[in-house]
Design a protein around this ligand. Structure first.
Ligand SMILES: [Fe+2]
Ligand SMILES: [Fe+2]
Length: 227
């Protein structure tokens, strides 16, 4: 507090809103708590990068959604946080519980116990086809549409001599999608279905996610090698 203040009453900072209900155990539905939870369960660097890349794409769709809905700043921030957290946490249980009997069921149980929002948990259950959880909300569709694509875009960057996401472009990604020998683990059908469910043309979806990942290239380890 400033020494020059003449007000004898204790100063109260009213700029921060009180914590909302329905948040996690830490009392805040925040990205930092999600990052901590993810790291608590995940050692693998590539799985952490996967989480961050899906987060980047899902967050970008959240920002677009908030703008389309014309939400006031606080609501927009809450929506974007929800999207980002779903992206970050969608595979947080995968390293410890990778079987279809466990992932993402165990994670969902943990998230429920910790009080994470229902919309986040539903989207996470719905990202795994075999849970047969219908993708209903925009977030459900976004998460499913971004999951495999983020992995595929990463694979596209890693085969560039520079290993830079900045050197990847949409036409080359579309071409690689037809190359069955390339990144065989990535399910092309999920990418195509995801874009269709979201109502976005595949090239636009790829370009959108590519731009989102390029914005976060540094933290994704995809900024490229210095020439
Ligand atoms: Fe998963
Ligand atoms: Fe994933």
């Amino acid at each position: 507090m400033s020494e020059t203040t003449s007000n004898p009453l204790p100063q109260q900072d009213l700029s921060e809103p009180p914590p909302k209900e329905g948040a996690n155990a830490a009392g805040a539905n925040d990205r930092e708590a999600a990052w901590r939870l993810l790291n608590q369960y995940t050692q693998s660097a590539s799985l952490l990068k996967h989480a961050l890349s899906v987060e980047a794409c899902v967050r970008a769709y959240g920002e677009q959604r908030a703008a389309e809905l014309g939400l006031p700043p606080e609501e927009a921030r809450a929506l974007v946080d929800t999207y980002a957290i779903a992206g970050l946490l969608h595979d947080f249980d995968y390293e410890k519980y990778p079987s279809p009997e466990e992932h993402p069921w165990v994670g969902n149980r943990i998230l429920t116990e910790q009080g994470w929002p229902e919309e986040v948990r539903h989207a996470i259950l719905a990202h795994a086809e075999y849970t047969q959880t219908p993708r209903v909300s925009h977030l459900d569709k976004v998460l499913f549409a971004c999951d495999e694509l983020a992995g595929f875009l990463t694979a596209n960057a890693l085969v560039k001599p520079t290993k830079s996401i900045h050197d990847v472009n949409t036409p080359s990604v579309l071409k690689k999608m037809k190359d069955k020998a390339f990144a065989r683990g990535v399910n092309r059908e999920d990418i195509v279905t995801g874009a269709a469910e979201l109502g976005v043309d595949l090239p636009d979806h790829i370009a959108f996610c590519l731009a989102a990942m390029q914005q976060h290239a540094e933290e994704l380890g995809l900024a490229g090698t210095t020439p």
